[in-house]
Design a protein around this ligand. Structure first.
Ligand code: SF4
Length: 364
């Protein structure tokens, strides 16, 4: 890590509330020199939330420590950092994979260097930028958050498809909007509005469960759009185009393997299963609609399967937590909602399930 926190303030992000703090470059240089003594061509992944904010200082430290290209680097950075002169310098110094966050076509223009551009105008500008990155860095994953409050209707999903058409070489990384306890400022508002579902922490990995009810979509409509976009992103047509335009053996095969494994095809299968259950299973749909907090056996079985022999040691209550715990804590400054349990408690005749006292929130 070369830094902690981030100077940007994307409200959904767990790093938005952490002040940006560059770390001392001395130990970074020592570590890189040490690695080069131990391995012939090490691969180093920078774990900064936003790598290269102090670009010159960080790159100068790398250049002083090791010969250009002797280490292969991977980093996550915002588009605003990735100007062409910066990309040339990154390329020279062995950066092989870059993960820029695009997140939304309507919001967060500062970090993507698109100012007030929105919608299709932003798609065009960002696509040009990502293609520029691909000319210097062979592997690019473009990250998006699905279900942000600024999204409504099919347009955001269609815009992402147009982006994919224009940047066939980039691998799309989708995250379902997720509230991680007290980690992001926006989570308190979701809690105040009664929109946080008590999915166990086990599923809060941005994909297996979305624990924030979307503002502008019903669950069925939302999952229809997610499925459609995932299918488009990992169709054989998209895969072949990606394979053809990617440079180098590793980027080509890595993208292909990620697409046909659990990340592409597997996720599509999983989302289709969720969508089907929303139509066919009353208990399943009721949990999503916050009419009950009783976790569906489908999810309990998934945890049991994932934990294997460790399941026996899972303490009672470990799958329950209070999704409004932050709001009720003395640290919360927002007014509490009318009901502690949200819609579940306001609908007569429906089982509210179990809400346990707060457990330790999981940070991403
Ligand atoms: S999403 Fe990226 S740019 Fe925005 S606050 Fe988080 S780390 Fe910074």
């Amino acid at each position: 890590m070369a830094s902690l926190g981030c100077p940007y303030t994307c409200e959904f992000c767990i790093d938005a509330a952490v002040p940006y703090q560059p770390l001392d470059t001395g130990p970074i240089k020592e570590d890189l020199r040490f690695l080069l003594k131990k391995f012939r061509r090490p691969i180093v992944a920078w774990h900064d939330p936003n790598f290269g904010v102090r670009f010159d200082a960080t790159l100068s430290a790398i250049e002083e420590a090791v010969p250009p290209g002797s280490i292969h680097f991977i980093a996550e950075s915002s588009l605003s950092v990735l100007s062409e002169p910066h990309l040339r310098r990154l390329e020279r110094n062995g950066f092989r994979a870059m993960v820029p966050g695009i997140e939304s076509w309507y919001d967060l223009g500062n970090k993507s260097h698109t100012g007030n551009l929105r919608g299709m105008d932003k798609v065009k500008r960002v696509a040009e930028h990502v293609n520029l990155i691909l000319r210097h860095i062979p592997y690019v994953q473009a990250n998006f958050v699905l279900g942000l409050d600024s999204d409504s209707g099919e347009e955001p999903f269609e815009l992402t498809k147009r982006f994919l058409d224009r940047t066939p070489g980039a691998f799309p990384g989708y995250s379902l909007l997720t509230a991680f306890g007290q980690a992001a400022p926006l989570n308190r508002e979701y809690q105040r509005d009664g929109r946080v579902l008590p999915f166990p922490f086990h599923f809060l990995n941005n994909n297996q469960a979305m624990n924030v009810r979307p503002r502008h979509y019903g669950w069925r409509e939302f999952y229809d759009h997610v499925i459609d976009l995932t299918r488009y992103s990992f169709s054989w047509r998209s895969l072949l185009r990606r394979f053809r335009v990617n440079r180098g053996v590793v980027p080509r095969w890595m993208n292909l393997l990620r697409s046909v494994s659990s990340e592409g095809f597997g996720r599509l299968r999983y989302y289709r299963g969720i969508r089907r259950r929303l139509d066919t299973d009353r208990h399943f749909a009721a949990y999503f609609e916050q009419e009950t907090t009783q976790l569906h056996p489908f999810y309990v079985d998934l945890v049991r399967k994932d934990l294997g022999p460790l399941w026996a040691w899972l303490p009672p209550g470990a799958l329950d937590h209070d999704p409004t715990a932050w709001l009720e804590s003395p640290r919360s400054a927002l007014p509490a909602p009318a009901s502690r349990t949200g819609p579940a408690a306001r609908r007569p005749g429906l089982a509210p399930g179990t809400l346990r006292p707060s457990t330790q929130p999981v940070l991403q």
